[in-house]
Design a protein around this ligand. Sequence first.
Ligand SMILES: O=C(O)CCC(=O)C(=O)O
Length: 233
Amino acid sequence: MLDNLRSAAACDELMGRAADLVDSYDGHHRSVFTTDEQARHADDKFLESGGTIDFFWEAEALDDEGQVVVDKRVAFNKMGHAAHDLDPVFDRFSRQDPLPELVADLGLRNPRLLQSMLILEHAGIGGEVVSHQDATFLSTDPITVIGLWFALEDATIENGCLPALDDPTLVPLEVSKGACVVLHGLLPHGSHPNRSSRSRQAYSVHLIDGSAEYPADNWLQRPDLPLRGFRSN
Ligand SMILES: O=C(O)CCC(=O)C(=O)O
């Protein structure tokens, strides 16, 4: 965990940009994001979002008929998965120093920014992220995926910070706004629902090594948007 990797101003700028994108989103589809194994929702919209900026609803934001029952500004669970390539503010946040050096130090020789997610976790409605290993969703051969998870707001036990859920020896990770948590692809992690009165926005970027094999049946494909590293190519 790296404290103060991004400034409070940079975090605010990213959240502000995301709020603008939410405002201009027309809400035309009702793709819910839940990680509940009983109801894992992998619809077409989700599967096509590797190369787009799309929003996924909180399960509790919609009623049984799919009608939105909360304010749109708190209705989304997350935004994914290509803002780091399609939006200049997200691009900058995802590529500015010291990330190239950090990722090189972590052993990625040919880094590619595969996906990004803005995790909204609004107060009172933010959903659970069940324990998972990123390498099972973003597999390469050999395993190379690394997650860079940024706290855009303070993450506490109260508002559902990242815990390591499967292992009783591991503890919840409370971090301050601007901190970056580096996640090895095999590390089980998740987060509890946010029932508190404070949101817990976070932003994560997952990188792989471009020299590893990327299976054609990985859920995330970007046929029209080539993967990029930290420079323009
Ligand atoms: O912030 C969260 O709730 C979970 C994020 C996560 O699992 C990830 O970025 O890999």
